[in-house]
Ligand binder design. Structure first.
Ligand code: SF4
Length: 289
């Protein structure tokens, strides 16, 4: 498979065929995100995509899932996406599930009927970054979205019946907005009603604006206790059910996973034990993005 630069994919797509259709992210301005800083956004040529589909047809016959990289393949026109999904169906008939990253703007650019058409052609899951439900935080990190615009995007995906997995970032509000960020994030998640929530923990990267603010001392990151309190606040305030809640990414201090509301008490109990020092946290040196 031929890739342009490093490939980033959600942990749950580890066994998927990764087809790189775009390079980088069309937004690429979020102050905390270093994922595509070195990549200038472009849509890969038809020839590049066809070569990789041919490679997958030859060597990936046992893999039943496809993940479309990089940042937001959903930004492609409906015509191009339909042609791409049809190519995947023709050449990789064993594939029964296609997933991609879709930012809120790209989701809103599609009608419900267009999303339904993609679902019919195999689109199973959209991974979307909410990061925070607090408008002050969204503005500070240059997400160019609001609580309402995020909820609108989620509503569209939901109406189309596409599985929505939403990522949030603990610590993104800094010490100053810590609990407000957690409460607002829980509120907006509850409006969005995703099927899955992934809570990651912010680790400031040196190649990002937020990383520089952190180094200069103008952004103060909550410590592990502050992060646990945010996690607790999220768990207490999410009211969309049923939803898979995962805080088991390598960046987390306390790996947690369960279904809400069923496992809320058990997860809250783990957080409480950790806050009391009775449950070990992942040491800093083992945390990673
Ligand atoms: S967080 Fe998402 S939308 Fe923002 S720059 Fe990174 S990939 Fe692009």
């Amino acid at each position: 498979m031929n890739y342009d630069g490093d490939i980033i994919r959600p942990p749950s797509e580890a066994n998927s065929i990764i087809l790189q259709v775009t390079v980088g992210c069309s937004h690429n301005r979020c102050t905390f995100c270093g994922a595509y800083k070195e990549k200038k956004f472009r849509i890969r040529s038809q020839e590049e995509v066809l070569d990789n589909i041919a490679f997958a047809a030859r060597y990936c016959g046992k893999q039943k899932r496809v993940f479309l990289a990089d940042g937001d393949v959903l930004i492609l026109s409906q015509k191009r996406l339909v042609a791409l999904f049809e190519l995947i169906r023709e050449n990789l008939p064993q594939v029964n599930r296609i997933a991609l990253y879709g930012n809120a703007k790209a989701i809103r650019a599609k009608t419900v009927d267009e999303l339904k058409e993609l679902k019919r052609l195999g689109l199973h899951r959209i991974y979307m970054g909410l990061e925070s439900g607090a408008n002050e935080v969204l503005a500070a990190v240059k997400k160019d979205e609001t609580d309402k615009s995020m909820a609108l995007a989620a509503c569209r995906a939901k109406k189309a019946g596409v599985f929505l997995s939403v990522t949030v970032l603990l610590g993104l509000g800094g010490v100053q907005n810590s609990l407000h960020h957690a409460r607002e994030t829980a509120r907006v998640l509850s409006l969005m009603e995703p099927k899955q929530i992934a809570a990651l923990c912010l680790m400031p990267l040196s190649n990002t604006d937020l990383g520089r603010q952190y180094q200069e001392g103008t952004f103060e990151l909550p410590d592990s206790t502050g992060i646990l309190l945010e996690l607790q606040e999220l768990l207490l305030n999410i009211t969309c059910y049923p939803v898979q809640f995962m805080a088991n990414h390598a960046s987390n201090y306390l790996p947690l996973s369960g279904r809400l509301p069923r496992d809320r008490e058990a997860m809250l109990n783990s957080v409480k034990m950790a806050l009391l020092g009775n449950q070990p946290l992942v040491p800093e040196r083992f945390r990673a993005l």
